[in-house]
Design a protein around this ligand. Sequence first.
Ligand code: SAM
Length: 409
Amino acid sequence: MVRSRSYKIIGVFPVGPWVTSLFPSLFRYQLSCKSNKIDPWTIAPTCLPDTTDEERFCVFTSESFWGGRGITILTKPSIAREISQLPAFTTPTNNTSSLSENDPRDPPFYVAAIPGRGMGLIANRTIERGDLIKAHAGVAIFHNDCVDKSFDDYLPHKESLMKLSVNQLPPITRDLFLAMAAHNESEEPYIEKIYTNTFGEDFGEEEHSLVVPETARMNHDCRPNAMYYFDRRTLVHYTHASRRIYAGEEITITYIDPLQTRLRRRAAIKRSWGFDCSCSLCSAENHFIRESNRRVTEIVRITKILNEVVSQNETAREAARKHVPAAAEMADLMISLYEQEKLHASIADGYRLAALVYSSIGNEWRAVKWAMLASDIGLIHDGPEDEDLLDVRRLLLAPRQHWSWAVNV
Ligand SMILES: C[S@@+](CC[C@H](N)C(=O)[O-])C[C@H]1O[C@@H](n2cnc3c(N)ncnc32)[C@H](O)[C@@H]1O
């Protein structure tokens, strides 16, 4: 439920005042007030009544999206218009291979019951670092104001709205959605599934929840062996191995920012998912946990200093000048701590920062070394279009022309 750059699962939602005023009249309206069909939606949108375009929420569904997988989107018309202009719709592929888990591409995993965790994914062969584990388009996107649970009186209406959205999906996709786990038995099973399984993403600069049922089968580990990113242009969610995974190992992702102490990680998991994290790091003996906490705290401290040392803001950089003489050693220590902590996924951020530090002190070859590593892992951590990755690529191509070159010399 954290919405940082890499850990984007599920948000805890803000609520606009409109919620209380609109939901009571939703269903009287929807029966009589279908608006005109807008491409690429194959079902005419169903909208909330009596509101301006800016406030109105509608269900937009395309049954033909992604080769018949379909997608349903509950959001404002202006945001749906924006989404409909993405290459996902304007240059559609014929990808039908991901309609089910048993697709013909022979996935490197199977789904199995994991004691104490419900279902999960188990590797069926060795998966090398960087290998693609799965790539699936989202099947549903919900504006977070519509899935908020805090106004109990309106829950039945929200639940019906979710149900309508999901029922408009093609049957195979709808079944994938309905097969997802839920935190709790509840009178609102649709909303409960969304709370348990969605990834937080912004569309139109507003918070939404993205549903990718196949990816939602992956359980959490504070030191996971896989990582994911979402390609906003194609609406496809990618998961890659962040280290070698052996046959028989569970494939895991992290639901939270792993750069936190055990206490904070467990509190975040408990707050948002209601389970006690029993991953191997959280279950380790106390002296191991203490060492891990120290390393994580140190990574966070050094990262803060080094971000100032290489800030593009000259005043901030000037204020951090006293750290410049030790910056290279700090960068090396930070990378070593990432490695000791087995933070195989988030180390992309460490590599990038180390590249900038070395570039800023005019050490071209070390800058290139770290930039290479940042670029390599960044591809599977953030995707090829990520701004930070593109920046690090510019550094690689022409180190001495990069904005960071020798700014601390
Ligand atoms: C996104 S779903 C993961 C897939 C789910 N296990 C299933 O059966 O489909 C999230 C839910 O899985 C369970 N879960 C995930 N990681 C876990 C872990 N490390 N320990 C215990 N339960 C976990 C929790 O019930 C959580 O609410």
